[in-house]
Ligand binder design. Structure first.
Ligand SMILES: [Zn+2]
Length: 84
């Protein structure tokens, strides 16, 4: 399963770059306050469980690293052809 995941479509985020990225998106403050939720399961996103970030409908979506959400994201990316 994991090798079918469209890695090239996901913005790879390393911890040291993550703050910069979130800051650039204007959501770093919310992130640090635990106010950002997984698009699919609504869990609070933290540095430990953040799987990916992608834009959708003019908004920034975050996805946690639970296998269910990763699968859902993979499906969504294929179906909607979201480009990052
Ligand atoms: Zn989730």
């Amino acid at each position: 399963m994991i090798d079918k995941f469209p890695k090239e479509k996901i913005r790879a985020v390393h911890d040291q770059d993550l703050e910069k990225l979130l800051d650039g998106l204007g959501i770093l403050g919310k992130f640090k306050h635990g106010e950002l939720k997984c698009k699919f399961c609504r869990s609070a996103i933290t540095f430990d469980n953040l799987h990916s970030i992608f834009p959708q409908s003019g908004d920034i979506k975050l996805v946690c690293d639970s296998s269910k959400c990763v699968r859902t994201l993979s499906k969504l990316l294929r179906e909607e052809e979201i480009s990052l």
